[in-house]
Design a protein around this ligand. Structure first.
Ligand code: SAH
Length: 387
């Protein structure tokens, strides 16, 4: 396995820039990531050996391809060359789910037969801009999303039938309309062409609904390990009041709910909060409530009202948390804080504030969520001194 991974070279690696650690042996990648976490967090606590993947290829459950035409007018699909909008034609990527890659390549091959054109960004003409495919690794449900410049799709029926015949594994097909001059992939309007318009996946025993636009971790195999570490660190006994800050679609809150007294989730993105509420209902979880707000503002108010909170999970974006949140967290004074971070630099910065405010770091567990890239995820347990 290792020998094989040492020699992998994708012909598009340089142009694409998606996996910058091409040719770096996987074991070496893990060493570098662990050393980075140790450099930033080692002064607080021993850093546990990083959890790598047994199969660090094709781990991405979400794949998107841009569509365009080459100099000869032929339809191409692939990734944008890094830092540009030039499409590098690609049919297969070592990080992406292969089913998704095959569906995208077949859609491209089918287009001429159905007189479907690719969008031209400069001329602002043509039909298909992107294709997005998401697969539930645990459920095997597959969603394909055609992102078009217009809702007018003359070949809709015939194309849908042909695609489903070729790829019966597709459980839902959605047309997303994006007529704006934007580098965002998805537009606001959607039309379901086949199936339910969303897929479901299972994480830590809970079912989660994934719509075209909802956030869902892209590496579900490692996400499960990450959440298990987080919930293990929280050492819940069934009585605690828990806060899941930056909760997204409520995945951590729902996975922890069975072991907690009650869980409050807070999240800024309205769509994600709506998904979180639906996910709680679908899983029969009654002790979680979700609020759409800035995590700092929410906690400030809760702390001002003297609300008790025993355990806080926090999983902020790459920029980390902010002083408003961290100061309110110190005021709320939970016994344990479990910080899940996708950026060790901001993790170390925020940890310094919490350490100064009376917390000590007890566990640091790096997890490799994104093999062949420089990113590393870390779960940290802090507890209040004197506890
Ligand atoms: N815990 C979730 C999501 C983590 S991603 C999971 O594991 O799937 C970080 C989340 O923080 C995003 O959903 C983003 O919308 C949210 N976020 C960003 N800034 C925020 C803020 N100031 N207050 C609350 N949530 C915020």
């Amino acid at each position: 396995m290792e020998a094989e991974l040492n020699n992998i070279l994708c012909p598009n690696a340089k142009k694409c820039g998606g996996c910058r650690w091409q040719g770096v042996p996987y074991a070496r990648q893990l060493e570098i990531k662990e050393a980075e976490v140790r450099r930033l967090m080692g002064k607080y606590c021993r850093v546990a050996p990083i959890w790598g993947m047994e199969q660090p290829l094709h781990y991405r459950n979400k794949v998107q391809a841009a569509f365009g035409t080459d100099r000869h007018g032929r339809v191409i699909s692939g990734v944008y060359q890094s830092g540009s909008h030039r499409i590098v034609p690609t049919d297969e990527c070592m990080l992406e789910d292969l089913t998704a890659d095959r569906i995208i390549a077949d859609i491209r091959r089918m287009m001429p037969k159905f007189k479907m054109t690719a969008y031209d960004e400069r001329r602002r003409s043509g039909f298909l801009r992107h294709v997005l495919v998401r697969r539930g690794f645990a459920t095997d449900e597959v969603m394909a999303v055609l992102v078009s410049s217009t809702p007018i799709f003359p070949a809709q029926k015939a194309f849908t039938a042909a695609l489903l015949e070729q790829h019966p594994e597709i459980t839902t097909l959605v047309l997303n309309i994006n007529d704006a001059e934007t580098s965002l992939v998805l537009g606001q309007r959607e039309k379901v062409l086949f199936g339910r318009g969303y897929i479901e996946d299972v994480l830590c025993g809970n079912r989660f609904r994934i719509s075209p636009r909802s956030f869902y971790q892209v590496n579900p195999v490692q996400t499960e390990k990450l959440y298990r570490a987080a919930i293990d660190f929280a050492a819940l006994t069934g009585r605690e009041r828990v806060l899941d800050a930056y909760c997204g679609t409520g995945t951590i809150a729902l996975c922890a709910a069975g072991a907690a007294g009650e869980v409050a989730g807070v999240e800024l993105n309205r769509d994600a909060v709506r998904d979180a509420i639906a996910n709680a209902r679908a899983n029969g979880v009654h002790n979680c409530r979700f609020t759409c707000a800035d995590a700092g503002a929410f906690l400030e108010e809760a702390a001002a009202e003297g609300e008790r909170c025993d355990v806080v999970f926090m999983d902020p974006p790459r920029a980390g948390s902010d002083l408003r949140f961290l100061r309110s967290l110190l005021r709320a004074a939970p016994a344990r804080i479990v910080y899940i971070s996708c950026n060790p630099e901001t993790l170390a910065r925020d940890t310094a504030v919490l350490a100064k405010g009376g917390y000590s770091v007890r566990r640091v567990q790096p997890v490799d969520m994104f093999p062949f890239t420089e990113h590393v995820e870390t779960v940290v347990l802090m507890s209040r001194l004197g506890r």
